[in-house]
Design a protein around this ligand. Structure first.
Ligand code: ATP
Ligand code: MN
Length: 463
């Protein structure tokens, strides 16, 4: 018998069809008249399909009445219209095959409500819950949107390396990759000699694919990378992971205003697609997690982002009359509390802050005419704060070399990056968007650990 997915079987168009449905039991309820209702989920939708199983099934007493949450089965029968609340259809089973049992005594998800914190201890089972299932669908939809957005504008998807010898942001936050026997070295109290290591030099997990993406942008025009990124920052916050996914477009001949448009367009495209394709999931997040997400997403899709210079943002903060933990002052980075004040109270929508002081931004950002600021931009959103960080890049060899000196970087180590300025240099710009921050924003999930399948944070890498 032909198989149908729960999502399609719930559609009234399926009524009258003989189909097989396969999935995992969410609940079983027995009715007095000698039949049972089984709620089956297969991951294709938030909602379940109700299966009506009656006592005429040969395994009704021996198996059906023992079904519990977590059991897996296939059921065959006719899809009929349903009188039940919230469902157009149900399947009247003529045969049910149980694939696997789940002992209610030991199955962790037997009990309905667990905290998200508790669920993290069962990262292998939590995708079977409503919330994590919905997160997975929204995350998938966002990823697909990202590719579509760039592909439709003729960007090339470039695979930048995961293992790298260059450090994009300044040392200290990177995971080292080595095959040296560190224990043996420690026993002999010898320092590691990286000339003897696998790559014959220190190597790291990448913190960003930007520098490598620039090599392709300055050859092929418009490119993007979309891959895992690693930061060993020991910040135990609700918005930081040690391993996260970043989208990084890099575009030759783009300057900062076009970079902002590209960023705003990307965010709106993702939100629009998620609203279109994952309406049921977003409605769920709006009802159960954060009752502002639906209105916020719809509002953002329809209105332009605010653009404000760092200097004006500072003035706004200083004149706010607000008592902050960190007093805002020109030359200092924006703190999370400042970002929240700007997006949630002062401007009440996404804000692109640009032209930051040169002292707080990396060497590759283009220095402005004023000499004090660089062409940096951060996209800030309510609650989550920064979801995009980007800039126009410094394309002038002399300025770039001088900036590296300022930040204590050795230009020799970046000879290939500087070559891009030596040979046919062009203005160009790009940014990095953290996928998890976007998913967090769309779903209203309070902790970033619950929007990635297997979160890596300080002290956590069990699964
Ligand atoms: P933050 O100030 O929030 O730590 P950042 O300035 O270090 O961010 P960038 O280096 O500009 O961030 O990285 C680009 C984007 O990657 C950020 O805007 C954010 O969306 C995401 N991102 C950065 N660090 C993390 C992290 N540790 N976990 C998850 N996402 C991150
Ligand atoms: Mn950071």
């Amino acid at each position: 018998m032909q198989r149908i997915l729960v999502r399609d079987a719930r559609n009234a168009a399926a009524i009258g069809q003989q189909r097989r449905i396969s999935g995992w039991v969410r609940t079983r309820r027995d009715s007095k008249g000698g039949f049972s209702f089984i709620e089956l989920n297969d991951g294709t939708s938030l909602a379940n399909l109700q299966i009506v199983a009656d006592a005429s099934l040969t395994n009704y007493e021996s198996e059906i009445k023992r079904l519990a949450p977590g059991c897996s089965l296939s059921a065959e029968g006719e899809i009929k219209s349903s009188g039940g609340k919230g469902q157009a259809t149900e399947l009247h089973a003529s045969r049910i095959v149980v694939h696997g049992w789940a002992d209610p005594e030991t199955y962790p998800l037997q009990k309905k409500h667990h905290s998200f914190e508790k669920l993290r201890e069962w990262a292998h089972l939590r995708p079977r819950t409503n919330t994590l299932g919905a997160v997975a669908r929204v995350r998938n939809c966002a990823s697909r949107s990202i590719h579509n957005y760039f592909q439709e504008q003729d960007f090339l998807y470039v695979h930048t390396p995961i293992i790298t010898a260059s450090d994009c942001e300044g040392a200290g936050e990177m995971f080292k990759v080595t095959t040296l026997d560190l224990e043996a070295l420690a026993k002999q109290s010898r320092p590691p000699d990286y000339a003897l290591d696998f790559f014959e030099r220190p190597a790291f997990l990448t913190v960003s694919g930007q520098l490598e993406a620039e090599t392709y942008a300055t050859a092929l025009g418009r490119v993007y990378t979309f891959g895992p990124t690693f930061r060993a920052e020991n910040s135990n916050t609700s918005r930081h992971l040690a391993e996260f996914w970043m989208v990084e477009p890099e575009v030759a001949f783009n300057e900062l205003p076009e970079n902002m448009e590209l960023a705003e367009g990307l965010i709106k495209r993702i939100f629009r697609d998620v609203l279109d394709r994952c309406g049921e999931d977003i409605a769920f997040f709006n009802e159960r997690i954060d009752n502002t997400v639906l209105a916020t997403l719809t509002g953002i899709v329809e209105s332009p982002f605010e653009r404000i210079t760092y200097t004006d943002a500072m003035a706004l903060l200083e004149s706010s009359g607000r008592k902050f933990d960190y007093q805002p002052s020109w030359g200092q980075d924006l703190q999370a509390e400042h970002e929240r004040y700007l997006t949630e109270e002062a401007i009440k929508r996404p804000v692109i802050v640009y032209d930051y002081p040169r002292g707080i931004k990396p060497f590759y950002m283009r220095v402005n005419e004023d000499g004090r600021t660089v062409r940096a931009m951060d996209v800030l959103v309510p609650k989550v704060g920064e979801i995009i960080g980007g800039s126009q890049r410094e394309e002038r060899l002399d300025v770039l070399t001088q900036r590296m000196g300022e930040q204590g970087l050795n230009p020799d180590a970046y000879w290939w990056y500087l070559d891009l300025r030596r040979f046919g240099t062009v203005p160009h710009a790009g940014f990095g968007l953290g996928l998890e921050r976007v998913v967090q924003f769309m779903t209203g999930m309070a902790n970033i650990r619950d929007v990635i399948p297997f979160p890596r944070t300080p002290g956590n890498a069990e699964f």
